[in-house]
Write a protein that binds this ligand. Structure first.
Ligand code: AMP
Length: 300
């Protein structure tokens, strides 16, 4: 039997600092999560392992990125199971603070602003969400002193904004994207999938099916992609679509018909009481189709 070592657990800044110091014999990769870990998170950890000597996972349900009508109070809290996954994946250090550790003086007055890119798509339905997200990501970047930061393609707008924060305000952080991990039937893994009833779960499949249908038409151009994806979405009236867009990966503006190159096909819909998002990067034009993540040449 292989030996498993429990990760160190730090719950306060005072515990984190010396535990982080002990990882100074190589690169430290950081995976930030809100807990309720699943295979998507595990894949981030495994990918991080391939490039860094140490992996540090943060587990923090950040109240700042939840709006008043959102699901903060019912968000799944599964710390023991999360720890089991971290142990299985060989995580070195888990930082699991409470809100009063992260925000000792209450809600912070000064925050990171996502700017206009934070007002569209997810930001339109979730005002303030991205400012709250970036503020905690900035704090966790400083506190963990990571060398590399791993984020999922699943949350494409979050990934874009973290990269933009790193460049625009000179965090100089290396941000690595990990392709979306899916259930066998295509549903993108998410901590929120636990809210879905069996019927909701079937309905939810229409999101990934729409994305694949759209991506299949990537050689023909934007309107063919949008049409094919929409034709699938309308077959499932129980999925209340918030948006279906084919946008430029930098500006999040709809791409014009002549556009060729990488674009983001993204969808958000309410299924039952649960808001779900999914996306796929696509290459538009000759040889086009779905991509796992955007190319390194594009994102730098
Ligand atoms: P969360 O705990 O939902 O905030 O997610 C923490 C990190 O895991 C974020 O970088 C997410 O994009 C990433 N993530 C969540 N679900 C998936 C998934 N299905 N595949 C890949 N990454 C994911």
């Amino acid at each position: 039997m292989s030996e498993t070592t429990l990760p160190s657990i730090a719950r306060t800044r005072a515990e984190l600092a010396p535990a982080r110091d002990r990882l100074d014999d190589g690169d430290v990769a950081v995976v930030m999560t809100m807990g309720a870990l699943h295979e998507g998170h595990a894949e981030l950890i495994r990918t991080a392992r391939t490039r860094a000597r140490h992996v540090l996972v943060t587990i923090f349900l950040n109240p700042l990125q939840f709006g008043p009508g959102e699901d903060l109070s019912k968000y799944p809290r599964t710390f023991d199971d999360d720890l089991a996954i971290c142990t299985r994946e060989g995580v070195d250090l888990v930082f699991a603070p409470t809100p009063d550790v992260m925000y000792p003086e209450g809600e912070p007055g000064v925050r990171i602003s996502a700017g206009p890119l934070g007002d569209v798509l997810e930001g339109q339905s979730r005002p303030g969400h991205f400012d709250g997200m970036l503020t905690v990501v900035a704090k966790l970047m400083h506190l963990t002193r990571g060398d590399l930061f791993y984020f999922g393609q699943k949350d494409a707008q979050q990934l874009l904004l973290v990269r933009r924060m790193s460049r625009d305000v000179d965090f100089g952080a290396t941000v690595v994207a990990v392709p979306t991990v899916r259930e066998r039937d295509g549903l993108a893994m998410s901590s929120r999938n636990t809210y879905l009833s069996e019927n909701d779960r079937q309905t939810a499949l229409v999101l990934s099916r729409a994305l694949w249908a759209g991506a299949e038409h990537a050689e023909e151009g934007p309107s063919a992609v949008r049409r094919a994806a929409r034709e699938v979405l309308v077959t499932e009236p129980l999925a209340l679509v918030d948006y279906l867009v084919l946008v430029h990966p930098d500006t999040l503006e709809e791409v014009p018909e002549w556009y060729k190159g990488e674009a983001l096909l993204a969808v958000a819909a309410k299924v039952g009481t649960t808001r779900l998002i999914d996306n796929t990067p696509v290459l538009l034009g000759p040889g086009g189709g779905a991509l796992p993540v955007f190319s390194d040449e594009r994102v730098g």
